[in-house]
Design a protein around this ligand. Structure first.
Ligand code: OXD
Ligand code: MN
Length: 591
């Protein structure tokens, strides 16, 4: 039975059902009873496997199709009405043409299946920051994941119905169809507040609240409405005075974002009373608060984290978050005790196990048991260091924004931008070097402005402009920094220990944000001196090594400037003049 009389919702659901032709329509009310029933159906269909109820209560394993294991950027489109609004970094097709093409694929796609109607809210529905959406899907796996990653059901639809404009919701349509790679499309229509996803069953392509809505559509809405949707973690650092200061940080993938979001302070800091609180691990929505500061909420309710490499040393808080009520996707099924395993969990791969494809797996043959992009979907509330402000409707005030990437030589451990405009420049030139873990050449610099390259729902040049404009509107803006945990020595070893010791750098950053820490000027911005970053009880790094990590090699930065020119050329007339000025200033400073 429909959960609402909302005409805009009902007529759209009818229209989509007429096209996809499901046998049945089920409204998701979000109740535990309904979710339990769906789990039973999914188990009976073999779509999920129940794991050991003592060791992993409420946990399930799911395997996607072998051809459907990751986000597909080459099949992701931003279909704005005008191509120039989608820009050079997005795929584009004229919306009418795309709708027509997809209608053919959706027609009858749900025959013999059930269509689930999931009302969802990004951030708590009662928050003034909340945005509502409805996802239609023929996948119970999607329903169960959305129930972890977002707030769903009756509570949400009530808020939408009571909103100023009950027709203001994001229309998400997902059909598994035949999981056909050749006809897989992940399409955003920003001006229509609409997302159509077809022929995939993998998380990032089908949990429409995440990348599709909370970043691509939301970035577009944010620009129109004067706020920002960013690919950022949010964390709070509690200092020995009990004061909690918050920062947001954007990194491209494979740079340790989830680890930083749940950092465990080094012993020396812990003993002094420092604590780190996680507000979010992937997405931040940022708005100017009544006090003139920038406030952030995490629009999501769960973590959709990469499993391989997660262990009790690298990220105990993430691992502990997955011990109950978690859905594992494409990991190893340990048949010895009906649990899960992945590369990097520990050094004891199970002997009696199935790999991510469900095949008998022999760890000794050198093959991977878990897919490198295998995931856990875990409720954020289960994280041992979740912030008590995680669900605060107003969010948390952000004192520092951090950009970063993986650079073997060029970027120092940390530097601070001179001001907001320079900070936008620093974000716009963000780059990361490819690692041996990915296919293709190693050490190739990939520009990924603000880590938003695959997630910006409009022209990246306009996005830079929006950042610059926001800076003018925030009376008390956060300070902007860049970090690089990944400098290597001549043998290619990382010099900085990373992980918990990154707090030493965050501590300096917060000191700067609050006018308590020293810095010196350099051609690229403000730098700490070696003595400004505490090395207490850190025997592996000498002050001389730290000074090296903070050095700026002018020759390398001149090469960098040439690379930035090349990258900026893509944006033509849409590149804001302020960023050209910043690049010119950098070149002048380098002499
Ligand atoms: C993610 C991503 O899955 O950024 O969070 O790709
Ligand atoms: Mn992400």
């Amino acid at each position: 039975m429909a959960l609402t009389n909302n005409k805009a919702v009902l007529s759209w659901v009818d229209e989509m059902a007429a096209m996809t032709q499901p046998d049945e329509i089920v409204w998701i009310d979000g109740s535990e009873a309904q979710l339990a029933d769906l789990r039973r159906q999914s188990l009976a269909a073999g779509e999920i496997i129940a794991l050991n109820p003592e060791k992993l209560p409420g946990c399930y394993l799911h395997r996607t199709a072998v051809n459907d294991v990751a986000r597909v950027e080459h099949r992701t489109f931003i279909c704005s009405r005008r191509q120039e609004d989608s820009g050079p970094t997005n795929n584009w097709m004229e919306p009418a043409e795309m709708y027509a093409k997809l209608r053919v694929l959706y027609t009858g796609a749900m025959k013999g299946r059930t269509m689930y109607v999931i009302p969802f809210s990004m951030t708590v529905p009662e928050s003034p920051f909340a945005k509502f959406g409805i996802e239609l899907t023929d996948s119970i796996y999607v329903v169960l994941n959305m129930a972890i990653m977002t707030r769903i059901g009756t509570r949400v639809i009530k808020c939408l119905d009571a909103a100023k404009d009950p027709a203001d919701f994001t229309k998400g349509l997902h059909a598994k169809a035949a999981i056909d790679e050749e006809n897989r499309y992940i399409v955003q229509f920003p001006e229509d507040n609409t997302i159509w996803s077809i022929n995939s069953g993998y998380g990032g392509n089908v949990l429409l609240g995440k990348k599709c809505f909370a970043l691509r559509i939301a970035s577009y809405l944010g620009r129109t409405e004067g706020w920002m949707a960013e690919h950022m973690l949010i964390l709070g650092i509690e200092n020995p005075n009990g004061e909690v200061r918050y920062l947001a940080a954007a990194f491209p993938s494979a740079c340790g974002k989830t680890n930083l979001a749940m950092l465990i302070p080094p012993d020396v800091y812990r003993k002094k009373g420092y604590k780190v609180w996680c507000v979010g691990d992937d997405i931040a929505w940022l708005r100017i608060g009544p006090d003139g500061r920038l406030w952030a909420v995490n629009p999501e309710a769960g973590f959709f984290g990469v499993a391989p490499g997660t262990n009790m040393k690298s990220n105990p808080n993430a691992l502990l978050s997955t011990k109950k009520n978690t859905i594992f996707t494409n990991v190893v099924h340990n048949l010895e005790d009906n649990t899960v395993w992945w590369e990097g969990l520990d050094k004891n791969p199970p002997q009696n196990a199935l790999n991510w494809k469900g095949e008998k797996w022999n760890s000794a043959d050198g093959s991977k048991g878990a897919h490198p992009n295998s995931r856990f979907t875990a409720p954020a509330a289960q994280c041992p260091c979740i912030s008590d402000k995680f669900e605060a409707p107003e969010g948390v005030p952000i004192s520092a924004i951090i950009f970063g990437g993986r650079r073997a030589k060029t970027a120092p451990l940390v530097y601070q931008s001179r001001d907001w405009q320079h900070g936008v420049f620093v974000g716009s030139i963000m780059a990361s070097e490819t690692t041996a873990a990915a296919s293709g050449a190693v050490g190739v610099v990939r520009r990924d402005p603000m880590a938003m390259l695959p997630f910006c729902g409009y022209h990246m040049g306009d996005y830079f402009r929006h950042w610059l404009d926001m800076g003018k509107k925030i009376p008390n803006p956060p300070k902007i920094f860049n970090v690089n945990w990944f400098r290597t020595d001549d043998e290619g070893h990382f010099i900085w220990p990373g992980y918990g010791d990154n707090l030493r750098v965050l501590d300096w950053i917060m000191g700067r944000a609050f006018g308590e820490a020293e810095a010196v000027t350099s051609p690229i911005g403000y730098l700490p001196r070696a003595e400004d970053i505490s090395l207490e009880e850190l025997d592996d790094v000498s002050p001389a090594t730290l000074a090296g990590l903070l050095s700026v090699d002018k020759a390398l930065w001149k090469e960098e400037a040439a690379g930035i020119h090349e990258f900026y050329a893509k944006f033509g007339d849409k590149l804001p003049g302020e960023l050209k000025d910043e690049l010119a200033k950098l070149e002048k400073n380098l002499g």
